[in-house]
Design a protein around this ligand. Structure first.
Ligand code: SF4
Length: 341
């Protein structure tokens, strides 16, 4: 019999499982607290659970663990972890320190199959999806390592969360549950390159998270060049799904826009962007392109980025320029890899 990945179970699933073993429902709550609040990595640490039940759990379940293969600390305090998974694959996780608290950028897949040309994570394709527990453990292990709480989560590391939909949603439900870390869904951002049917599906769940769209271009033709997902869904179809999401959830959508010199940083781009977002509750994050080995693109210069922001503001679009963190350790956007060198 295949063992159960107990850390990926949501509380109601755990209750069902525990009651199938003949234990009372409140015991499931105790186990859940051990797994997700105290974040233990072994059943023996669950001291208020009876020994026979612990033995049964050991027999039928496993607790996912990660190990730190490499840790790099940036001069700005950002930490990049290379975590090794049980099967030997590696993923990267980034811890960023802000005045308002610690923020973590988690990976959702080993590699990525979306093929965005400016992104290092996709250079070797997708190897596999991460389980909910493997996404959770990135946060739990990082908190243990730094000895501090993490209060904000961005699902913006390696992989496309909506290409691993069920596990990404299970992660959000578990990390925000009051019996676990209880991180408010308002402090969680999920970033997608724009898998349109999944955006409609996500809207129906009416989560309190922030949806973040990696837009990066203002026309379908231009976006096709850097983001192959556009061959399946045009910019217009993507924006239509975003309008539906904003209307259904009442949540503001964040649009990520990487500034690439001579590609998407003209006045016409700013004008088109303002037209695309007209009437939608939204925010634009302008991201100076971070260098990736083997990429043909260069970053728009600071003056061009500021001028682009001003143009957007003049056109009544809410836009900010993202601070660059962890660039010296390749921990910035688009620089994460599934390397294990
Ligand atoms: S930007 Fe996101 S979706 Fe695109 S290749 Fe990189 S990880 Fe995948």
């Amino acid at each position: 019999m295949e063992k159960i990945d107990i850390k990926s179970l949501q509380l109601d699933q755990l209750k069902e499982y525990v009651s199938s073993l003949g234990a009372k429902a409140f015991v499931a709550g105790q186990i859940y607290t051990w797994l997700h609040e105290k974040c233990v990595d072994s059943f023996d640490e669950m001291t208020n659970i009876s020994k026979p039940l612990r033995e049964k759990l050991k027999e039928e379940c496993y607790i996912t663990t990660l190990s730190i293969r490499k840790k790099q600390v940036s001069k700005d305090g950002t930490i990049k972890y290379l975590y090794q998974l049980a099967d030997g694959n590696c993923i990267e996780t980034v811890l960023m320190r802000y005045e308002h608290g610690n923020s973590i950028c988690v990976s959702c897949q080993v590699g990525c199959r979306m093929g965005c040309t400016f992104c290092a994570s996709t250079q070797h394709g997708k190897v596999r999806d991460l389980t909910a527990s493997e996404i959770l453990q990135q946060l739990y292990h990082t908190e243990k390592d730094i000895g501090e709480r993490v209060s904000n989560i961005v699902m913006m590391g390696i992989g496309e969360p909506l290409d691993n939909f069920d596990n990404a949603i299970a992660f959000i439900r578990i990390i925000s549950s009051p019996q676990g870390k209880n991180i408010s869904q308002r402090n969680i951002s999920l970033s997608t390159c724009g898998i349109v049917p999944k955006i409609y599906e996500l809207a129906q769940l009416k989560l309190g998270i922030t949806l973040s769209i990696s837009l990066h271009a203002t026309t379908t033709e231009k976006r096709k060049v850097t983001m192959p997902i556009t061959n399946a869904y045009s910019v217009e179809e993507l924006l239509k799904a975003c309008r539906d999401y904003a209307k259904t959830t009442g949540r503001r959508i964040s649009f990520e826009y990487t500034m690439i010199k001579g590609v998407n940083d003209t006045d016409e781009d700013a004008l088109r962007l303002s037209q695309l977002l007209k009437g939608m509750i939204s925010h634009v994050n302008l991201i100076p392109l971070n260098p990736v080995d083997g990429s043909a693109y260069t970053q728009s210069d600071d003056r061009a980025i500021k001028a682009f922001q001003k143009k957007l503001t003049d056109l009544h679009v809410n836009a900010t320029i993202r601070r660059r963190l962890g660039q010296d350790i390749s921990a910035a956007c688009g620089q994460l890899r599934n390397e294990n060198r």
